[in-house]
Ligand binder design. Structure first.
Ligand SMILES: Cc1cc2nc3c(=O)[nH]c(=O)nc-3n(C[C@H](O)[C@H](O)[C@H](O)COP(=O)(O)O)c2cc1C
Length: 169
């Protein structure tokens, strides 16, 4: 719960490298996510090459965090492997959230940068990483050691909760 309540998007990093062991822990957490019918449609591209990170910035308008990130993980869904059409988006979103929570647990930081459903970003990303047509990039996580400490904030809104039906009867 500590990780859930203290997680914030981190967009500035120190430049210190993230180890292969840490990357494995992050990916283990991601692959532990629930998925529709346990279809686990995810695929991950780990990017540590600065030049490639620069190429992401050419097509992604909100990817400034990559200026200082130690690496990026592109989270994709395999639309052929999925047995429950369309659910790959929710499955891969759950994987990204798990990955982000594990960054907090490891003393790292990260931010989710959306790709799908922007068709242009999907296309550019598919081209850059030479993805097969059925592999759709959902999002890119920029991560590394935090060089900023955004504080937890209150987001609980009881008025957004509807008991039994939309309006109380
Ligand atoms: C689907 C999705 C797409 C996002 N895309 C971006 C992005 O492209 N660039 C970015 O800096 N942050 C992005 N974010 C991070 C949000 O801006 C951030 O989660 C939100 O402002 C709440 O702040 P917090 O994560 O610190 O609680 C994205 C988050 C989600 C869930």
């Amino acid at each position: 719960m500590k990780e859930i309540f203290s997680r914030r998007s981190v967009r500035k990093f120190t430049g210190e490298a993230v180890s292969p062991e840490q990357l494995e822990k992050l990916l283990r957490a991601a692959m532990c996510a629930p998925s529709a019918g346990n279809q686990q449609p995810w695929e991950f591209i780990v990017v540590r090459n600065r030049e490639t990170m620069g190429k992401i910035q050419v097509f992604h308008p909100y990817s400034r965090p990559l200026d200082t990130a130690a690496c990026a993980i592109v989270v994709c869904g395999d639309t052929i492997r999925q047995r429950y059409p369309g659910f790959w988006v929710q499955d891969c979103s759950a994987a990204i959230q798990n990955l982000l929570l594990e960054t907090v647990h490891l003393g790292l930081g990260g931010v989710w940068m959306g790709v799908y459903p922007s068709q242009q970003r999907v296309q550019d990303c598919q081209q850059l990483f030479r993805l097969p047509q059925q592999i759709i990039p959902l999002g890119i996580v920029a991560l590394g050691y935090p060089d900023e400490q955004p504080q937890p904030r209150e987001t609980y809104q009881p008025q957004r909760i509807h008991w039994e039906s939309w309006e109380e009867v």
